[in-house]
Design a binder for this molecule. Structure first.
Ligand SMILES: [Zn+2]
Length: 542
């Protein structure tokens, strides 16, 4: 009889509709890792010499979206960091470039610049920094709001914009002062440096790093993923004839910015993590019963990549070394929080083009367009056709700003002028397409390059003519390279989630960089950043 009752009870339990478990557990710490200028291919290209505990651990134990892309133009550092953390694009968050021409001020605005604040630590010239040009909330802001600001947010990087934009409006940010070799902040964040930052600066680690020699980690003849070390495509450091290993930093640093030179070597990554460990311990991140957020950006890969290009032994060595740093960091996080107690995501703020002269040497269409030449041509043409005057206010970031005031005075229809100049620009080598601001405002583009441009087009801040270069083309010098386009070499970046709540896996479904923040919102059960347009990545959540 007793047994029958038990069976009946069991049947009753089993027949109940199962209730979804509402899980309010949270990770102790979220670590956002943005590698400045990291192409997705680097995860695979150098993998045979990565350790098991660094990038490969993230790839094999985390969830990797193999086909993650930037979904706007221009792919620069400021917009990249802003878009990852806001889940939206320059059209909405307002960071339309690293620096851009302001019609109102008739001068340049810096993405993380703020004339109303002053330096705290470091030197004055590098202290006018805040997130005030960022028009929407970040995922880090939303975490702070969600916990009534009990959660701490720290953004840190060598580059100020790599620290301040990820930290949002409510977080703390610290960046490297290339003059003094100290990590610093501004009065937006603090009135004086926290003790742990001052203590860190007292160690004077940059001075140690710039007295080292940057040699390849392994014998240079084993760097088979890269072109010859000595070539004409790379820009040598000041004071050195050829762009070749080894780099005696002790000898080179005086002519390459002194302590600032650490940024241009892999030791900049080491320094960034040195500072991250100090931040974790100084702020007791993830140790106070609230979810904290540490936003790290590795700036050095970008400096190295610009100078030497993605095919160089210097870039290969940078990633082999960064891999070891990440292995060490993950081991530290295991020891500090326990495996599975912290959540990491890895991404990049943009990719990079191959050096144009190198691609030409391999018979791939590529080239360099001269901004000053185009500017002069535009000035000559407008003066000839529309009469003498300052018609071209600015040409920067592949955008032309026209003089609307002069057009009104001279009774010139500016829409017609836009069309006319767009046709004029198409005559030049390297220019593929030119879109007008009228088209950007009046047409809803859903795919292709105009859609990428439109997501980067800000109605109040962008220029009248938007230039698309041919694939492989750059505006810059003959040595080294850059980024900024909507082509895959610039848009395709790593997107990996690892750790708390994440099961291993991978997918080649195309996702956008703006999907990272909404995915974090869903994982944490907090609000979406207020301008977010991305979709949570379902593969990671299910
Ligand atoms: Zn960058």
């Amino acid at each position: 009889m007793k047994k029958l009752w038990s069976l009946l009870l069991l049947a009753l339990i089993l027949s109940q509709p199962s209730l979804a478990q509402i899980n309010e557990e949270k990770p102790k710490l979220i670590i956002g890792i943005v590698v400045d200028q990291m192409r997705q291919e680097y995860l695979h290209k150098f993998a045979d010499r990565y350790s098991d505990g660094g990038f490969k651990r993230l790839m094999s134990e985390g969830f990797m979206m193999k086909n993650g892309h930037y979904n706007y133009i221009p792919t620069y550092t400021g917009p990249g960091h802003a878009s990852i953390y806001t889940g939206t694009t320059p059209a909405t968050h307002g960071i339309i470039a690293n620096s851009w021409y302001s019609r109102k001020l008739d001068s340049s605005i810096y993405c993380a610049g703020d004339s109303t604040v002053t330096f705290v630590g470091g030197t004055e010239a590098n202290g006018k920094i805040s997130p005030r040009n960022l028009l929407t909330t970040t995922i880090t802001d939303e975490l702070r709001f969600a916990t009534n600001k009990r959660s701490k947010v720290i953004g840190l990087a060598i580059k100020d914009r790599g620290a301040s934009l990820p930290a949002g409006h409510l977080g703390d940010a610290y960046w490297y002062d290339s003059q003094s070799g100290e990590f610093m902040t501004s009065s937006y964040y603090h009135s004086e440096l926290p003790k742990w930052v001052a203590d860190f600066n007292d160690k004077k680690l940059p001075e140690q790093y710039i007295s080292k020699t940057w040699e390849t980690l392994y014998p240079i003849e084993t760097y088979v993923q890269s072109i010859e070390d000595d070539n004409d495509f790379e820009a040598a450091f000041g004071g050195k004839e050829r762009p070749t290993f080894p780099y005696d930093l002790n000898e080179l640093n005086p002519s390459n910015g002194g302590v600032g030179m650490v940024a241009s070597t892999p030791f900049g990554n080491t320094l960034t993590l040195d500072f991250a460990y100090a931040a974790i311990e100084g702020e007791e991140l993830g140790m106070r019963g609230e979810t904290d957020f540490l936003a790290i950006s590795f700036s050095s890969p970008d400096y190295i990549g610009h100078r030497f290009g993605p095919g160089s032994k210097e870039v290969e060595d940078n990633y082999l070394r960064l891999d070891l740093e990440i292995e060490k960091f993950l081991n530290y996080l295991d020891d500090t929080y326990g495996q599975g107690e912290y959540l990491v995501f890895l991404s990049a703020d943009h990719g990079v083009a191959d050096v144009a002269t190198y691609m030409e040497s391999e018979n791939v269409p590529a080239g360099n367009a001269s901004v000053s030449y185009l500017n002069a041509q535009l000035r000559g043409y407008t003066n000839a056709v529309y009469g003498a005057g300052d018609w071209i206010m600015n040409l920067s970031n592949d955008q032309v700003f026209l003089n609307a005031k002069l057009a009104r005075e001279k009774d010139v229809d500016i829409d017609d002028m836009e069309e006319d100049l767009a046709q004029f620009l198409l005559k030049f080598n390297g220019i593929k397409e030119v879109y007008t601001s009228t088209a950007m405002r009046n047409t809803q583009f859903t795919e292709g390059r105009p859609a990428l441009l439109q997501k980067g087009y800000n109605h109040k801040a962008s220029g009248e003519l938007l230039i698309i270069l041919e694939p492989g083309w750059l505006t810059g010098g003959m040595k080294g390279t850059s980024h900024g386009t909507g082509y895959t070499y610039d848009t395709h970046v790593p997107i990996i989630f690892y750790g708390w709540g994440i099961e291993a896996g991978e997918s080649s479904r195309k996702v956008s960089i703006t999907d990272i923040a909404p995915t974090l919102s869903m994982l944490l059960n907090i609000r979406l950043p207020n301008g977010s347009i991305g979709e949570p990545i379902s593969e990671i959540l299910d």
